[in-house]
Every structure is written in structure tokens, then in C-alpha cells.
Ligand binder design. Structure first.
Ligand code: COA
Length: 214
């Protein structure tokens, strides 16, 4: 299980078997060039974004087990520390493979983890997702972290589009996406399951920002 789980299940492992060696070479080169542009630490005015460590499990559990925080997420609320530890390990492999980059969010001069943000770059498109401990909502911190990731995504070679989705009723997240300069493009009908709400796929808002027009 992934604490963000935005991307982890969308890796088509079998695709690689179908690709030609040449296509695999191109993909590997692309991946290497993307990874060159991805820093392990990002600093904003009030925050530090850094790679996860297993020792962060307790802080991650604090928000990932909070039903108010996980309400709109597409992963089930965490019930045990061991699923958080599994997710922290998965973050490492996903990062190393270039499939998904997750940073944990801490206040700039503190060790305590207060959230997470993930970025995935697929060819010319980059999407992202975020979550914050409820104690830290409403101070502009979600926007500050998301803004840093949008800037980073926009700076990655070959990225033309940065995008994100959120549940149709997730007003706070939609507002964050607007504040970081993404434009509401529409509604994706029955786009995502939100297991903490129901097993029926729900509509989502899709937001995007075009980085390069040509
Ligand atoms: C989404 C989330 C990261 C936002 O973090 P945050 O630090 O509180 O966000 P910010 O303070 O930067 O901005 C929130 C904006 O939403 C607005 N907002 C929050 N709740 C709102 C509500 N119920 N109705 C209307 N606006 C609301 C705030 O007023 C603010 O906008 P403003 O600056 O124009 O006033 C946080 O709410 C969270 O972790 N939610 C649970 C996880 C989640 O839903 N993640 C997104 C998955 S797509």
C-alpha cells in the first residue's frame, strides 16, 4: 500500500517485455535525464522536502491514519505502522527506478514530518499529489509545497504539461491547484475510487498547466 498511492499501481510491468530493445534504450535514457533534474532535497520559505526514511514511519502514520486527512485519498486509511513501513520502502524503489519521486515535508528547521508530496514524470507529462497532517492545514503550506513541485516539474527537460486530479468534492485541494497556477480543465467521470468514502469510482476534477506551447 502506498501512503499517496497516486501512481504505484499504474506501472505496467509487462509493457517492458513488449517493447523493442531500442525503445527500452530510449526509455532508459529518458529516465536517466529526468532523474538528473530531480533533487533529493528542496527548500522553500518555510519547508524542507526530502526523501523518506524508514525512521519517519511514526510521523507518517500520524497523518496517514487520520480519517479526516485520508478521506479523499485513493488509498485506504492506514491501520498499522507496518503498512507505513512498507510504503516507505516502496518510495525508495520507486525513486530509484524513476517511476515516482516522493518527498516528505518537514518544517524547514525541524525533523518532524508533516506530510508528503509525490511527482511522476511520464514522457512529456508530470503529475503530482500531496497530503498534509491536519494540524498544519490552512497556513498556506500545501500551496507552498505544491508550488515547489510545479516549478521543479516545469524545469525538467522535455516536460510540456504539469497536471493533477482531485476528488470532485475536495475543495481544499482544488484551491491549492488553482493557487499554484493550474487551470481546471474538466471533470473525469468515475475516475478514482476513494476507499475511505465508498468502493464506487467517483468523479474527479482535472487541472493542468502547459509549460511549453511548442
Ligand atoms: C489539500 C491540503 C494539502 C491543503 O493543504 P493546506 O496547507 O491547508 O492548503 P493551503 O492553506 O495552502 O490552501 C488551502 C486553500 O483551500 C481553502 N479551503 C480549505 N478548505 C476549504 C473549504 N472547505 N471550502 C473552501 N475553501 C477551502 C483555503 O481557504 C485555502 O484557500 P485560500 O488561500 O484562497 O483561502 C490539505 O487540506 C490536506 O492534506 N488534505 C487531505 C489530503 C488531500 O486531500 N490531498 C489532496 C489529494 S488530491
Amino acid at each position: 500500500m502506498s501512503a499517496l498511492n497516486l501512481f504505484a499501481h499504474q506501472r505496467a510491468g509487462s509493457d517492458s517485455h513488449r517493447r523493442s530493445a531500442r525503445a527500452r534504450g530510449t526509455a532508459a535514457a529518458l529516465c536517466a535525464s529526468i532523474m538528473k533534474g530531480i533533487p533529493e532535497v528542496l527548500t522553500t520559505h518555510r519547508l524542507q522536502l526530502r526523501r523518506p526514511r524508514i525512521t519517519d514511519a511514526e510521523d507518517v502514520f500520524a497523518y496517514a491514519s487520520d480519517i479526516d486527512v485520508t478521506h479523499f485519498m485513493d488509498w485506504p486509511n492506514h491501520k498499522t505502522m507496518s503498512t507505513v513501513v512498507d510504503w516507505l520502502s516502496a518510495c525508495t524503489s520507486l525513486w530509484e527506478s524513476g517511476a515516482e519521486f516522493t518527498w516528505l515535508i518537514t518544517p524547514r528547521y525541524e525533523e518532524r514530518v508533516i506530510g508528503a508530496i509525490s511527482l511522476r514524470v511520464v514522457e512529456y507529462k508530470a503529475d503530482f499529489g500531496y497530503v498534509l497532517n491536519r494540524q498544519f492545514w490552512g497556513r498556506g503550506l500545501g500551496t507552498e509545497a505544491a508550488s515547489a513541485i510545479v516549478d521543479l516539474a516545469a524545469s525538467v527537460d522535455g516536460v510540456y504539461r504539469v497536471w493533477a486530479t482531485c476528488d470532485i468534492e475536495n475543495v481544499a485541494s482544488a484551491r491549492v491547484l488553482e493557487k499554484v497556477g493550474l487551470v481546471r480543465e474538466g471533470i473525469l467521470r468515475r475516475w478514482a475510487r476513494r476507499p475511505n468514502i465508498s468502493s464506487v469510482p467517483r468523479d474527479a476534477l482535472v487541472y493542468g498547466k502547459v509549460i511549453r506551447d511548442a
